[in-house]
Design a protein around this ligand. Structure first.
Ligand code: HEC
Ligand code: HEC
Length: 173
């Protein structure tokens, strides 16, 4: 009896392997990603593109991708990057003190909130210092892969305003 069970298990194992191979979608590694080139090649021809050259103060803000998404940078960032430990040009214009003078959007309260100590501070907290971790300039290029995601804004204001800190605990008891 034990012998028959072993043979059966053996046959089933092979059937399993065969059908797995039959169904497997195999992709060659040169077909991965959007670069259409071997993963080992550094000679990839990127499409020509330029970032916005409209100076800060003259650009038109871009509608948020979804409610409380980090807004994209609508203006030229020439000379403002890289952000270093010593200097962050973004803060010069976007800090809550300077923004009204520069006519720029002030950083929201979530950016000055110390989540470790659970208290509001009066300066941009370290974890928000590297602005371009989340906010990126945009180039006018057609996406290679289409996307039909449609954001659902609960409030029309949230298309160009954020309120993350106020609603952060929503649904939490
Ligand atoms: C010289 C001042 C200035 C500097 C420096 C600056 N900005 Fe701005 N930024 C503005 C102004 C003004 C606007 C509003 C749009 C406009 O008038 O061009 C703006 C808009 C934005 C917006 C869009 C806000 C929204 O409500 O949609 C983001 C995001 C942004 N800036 C991020 C940055 C980042 C990140 C940096 C640093 C790389 C930076 N800015 C540097 C002045 C500045
Ligand atoms: C960890 C990601 C992250 C970093 C880093 C970050 N932001 Fe944001 N930012 C967000 C998100 C998400 C929002 C929208 C939700 C919110 O927080 O209110 C936002 C919103 C904003 C807004 C729009 C405010 C409004 O009233 O609608 C401005 C301006 C902004 N950030 C500027 C900056 C600047 C300048 C820095 C660097 C000093 C920075 N951010 C760093 C994620 C980030």
């Amino acid at each position: 009896m034990k012998y028959i069970i072993n043979i059966l298990a053996f046959i089933l194992f092979f059937i399993g392997c065969a059908s797995e191979n039959g169904n497997r979608m195999s992709l060659d590694e040169t077909e991965l990603g959007l670069r259409s080139a071997s993963l080992y090649s550094e000679n990839v021809n990127l499409k020509e593109f330029t970032y916005s050259t409209t100076p800060a103060g003259e650009s038109i803000v871009i509608e948020r991708a979804y409610e409380n998404a980090p807004p994209m940078i609508p203006h030229d960032v020439e000379g403002m990057l890289d952000i270093t430990k010593e200097y962050n040009a973004c803060i010069d214009c976007h800090s809550r003190e300077n923004a009204p003078l520069m006519n720029a959007t002030p950083v929201p309260l979530s950016h000055t909130y110390d989540t470790f100590k659970d208290e509001q501070t009066n300066a941009i907290v370290d974890i928000r210092y590297n602005c371009n971790l989340c906010h990126t300039p945009q180039a006018n290029v057609k996406p290679i892969v289409g996307n039909n995601f449609k954001p659902d804004f609960r409030d029309q204001n949230s298309k160009n305003k954020s309120n993350l800190l106020e609603i952060l605990d929503e649904g939490v008891k």
